[in-house]
Design a protein around this ligand. Sequence first.
Ligand code: ZOZ
Ligand code: NAD
Length: 700
Amino acid sequence: MSDAVTVSNRDGVAVVTLHNPPVNGLGFAVRTGLQAALEAAATDGAVRAVVITGSGKMFSAGADISEFGKTPPPGTPHLPTLIDALEASQKPIIAAIHGVALGGGFELALGCHVRLAAPGTRVGLPEVTLGIVPGAGGTQRLPRLIGVPAALDVIVSGTMVPAAKAQALGMIDEVVEGDVVDAAVACARRYVDEHRPLRRASALDDKVAEARGTPEIFGEFRKKMARRARGFEAPHACVACIEAAVNQPFAEGLATERETFLRLVASDQSKAQRHAFFAERQVAKIPDVPKDTPTLPIETAAVVGCGTMGGGIAMNFANAGIPVTVFEVSQEALDKGLAIITKNYAATVSKGRLSQEAMDTRLGLISATVDYGDLAEVDVVIEAVFEEMGLKKEVFGKLDAVCKQEAILASNTSTLDVNEIASATGRPDKVIGTHFFSPANVMKLMENVRGAQTSPQTIATIMQLSKTIGKVGVLVGVCDGFVGNRMLYAYRRQADFLLEEGAFPQQIDKVIYDFGMPMGPYAMGDLAGLDVGWRIRKGQAATRPSHLRYSTVADRICELGRFGQKTGAGWHRYEPGSRTPIADPEIEQLIVSISEAQGITRREITDQEILERCMYPLVNEGAKILDEGLAQRPGDIDIVWIYGYGFPRYRGGPMFWADLVGLKTIYDVMRRLHDEHGDWLEPAPLLKKLAEQGKGFGDL
Ligand code: ZOZ
Ligand code: NAD
């Protein structure tokens, strides 16, 4: 028997324990060990029942994801075969679950005759988030246990269901107090002593029978999930497998599930989503800031400036239970900021997503002041005042004077040099950028910007803080726009040039939306407001290099007083009260006149050209960022784009997507574009090098 599975006999009950830290993944060694343990239990006359449990923090997080797609494929036994054999056992098999039972881990439990769970356990089938369907019977057994509507919710959302709810639904049989293995052994004995019949999920029919003859359940569910599942294959495949559970006998349904699993696990979408899973965990690893770097405790926080961003940032602290003091220039500005925070919480309460009590608790954690002295004892300050260097330096100077020596001073700047901001303090080692994305209480990304003197302790503390407040922190270096916005500029610039050459905003928006982004660049601009960028561009006008092409379209639109949705018109127009962009002939005329004035003969621009011209320069800029060491890994850039800009997860982020397209293809197109349009489109040296070596970013 392998070390990955051990067996102890407790008075006639074989306790089979999985040992595969950190998550008891069901890799080859575990499967082999489990098979041997179960076969031994079946033939050993001294064993009357079996309990399966996991060692360490959890029962099992499922299949070892890193085994998927490996060549040669992992050997037998495969999990489905193992689970079928387990369920068919004549001796009772009880799952004793603690921590989590996810994916194949939960499917293993579903094959057991009874599922007991410790309080605090979470169970679920998160396969959909990896671009696959549960592949070891989950889509067939779960609907038979909990019914079709609940199974659709659980499997298609991929969420982890807390023990009490899981019991109410029937995913587990009982939540037990005390030691769950003891309880499972006692339960096993009762089954044996009382000759209780064994309940096999595969043999149940009443719950799926309810759904037979009401096929509209599926149609309605598909309609309901359409927006969230747009572009993803796996959610649709999950629904189809559950439909098979209703309409096919168990064995046939299993075959449908298996065929679907094998097809999806080999798909680009699943590769991309698995990449995103691992990349999200990689971002926390920083070579010169080892895991054991001591962090400072963050028990209190302050936010300076309670505008669009500051208010959202303060909410993040309150949501995580951390008391936060909000500082503003005047009582009036404070009142305005706090009113928006209250309104945001109230909207969540009215949607039923937050209780009134929780809202009151969170608001109770937010205090407000106009006195810098009240910030003296906080552990961290996040500054979110106007984007002006002079102002930021003044604020940091004041913070440095009042805040305790250990406090970390962070800036939410989106464009300014963190090193220059740090120079206004006597503690540059404790100064860092924390670039949140709008809306700051919703978007999960934090670009944590390390300055030249930011200390490992400050970095480790802020990376940890990102996690504590439910964000994904990605460490980046100082440059204009950092990682995300610098790449965004590269793409937006080309989109504007395409307008001058023959495209219109709605065409570009459609191509980008169809690619899978939440919206196109112009709809996004209208949503965010066009005046902010205009102000920045006016400030930069004097220093703009004259040899580089510059599109005036955006400025001309702002000159018309069209600042986007807030003024009812921007790149598109909007009906009163509506957020739906409508193509505006006035803008089309303006664009045509700009082309004419520039002597550009407008031509037909294909959708493919739009995609290449927007996305390849974005990837190209990512390559420069990697070369300059401003992002640690291509996967970090992917996470920035997935969580900061809604880049479709099923494409794995721009750098992973580029590898799928092929860097040679991208390089060749960039070279041609550079020949045709010059300046901005020069291929990055790293792109050239990798393309010539036949490699991808994933090989770095
Ligand atoms: O790690 C969290 C989690 O959610 N894990 C993934 C759970 C999941 O998605 N399970 C489904 C897997 S797919 C599946 O199960 C399908 C299947 O059986 C089909 C079989 C059909 C075969 C047919 C063949 C013909 C969890 C909540 C568990 C823990 O969170 P933490 O925040 O405590 O820890 P993490 O996330 O930092 O993880 C710790 C380390 O473990 C690695 N890891 C986690 N789950 C893994 C996994 N590695 C491989 N496989 C998994 N399932 C994770 O990458 C991290 O590694 P390091 O190196 O960064 O420490
Ligand atoms: P905003 O104009 O909505 O809010 C700024 C707030 O700062 C105002 O409430 C103002 O009263 C306050 N303020 C000004 N001077 C102050 C001072 N001396 N002390 C205290 N408060 C002061 O701006 P915003 O959009 O929230 O942007 C704030 C910062 O966040 C900027 O650095 C911006 O670049 C950055 N940022 C903005 C976004 C975005 O989408 N809006 C995204 C990421 C980062």
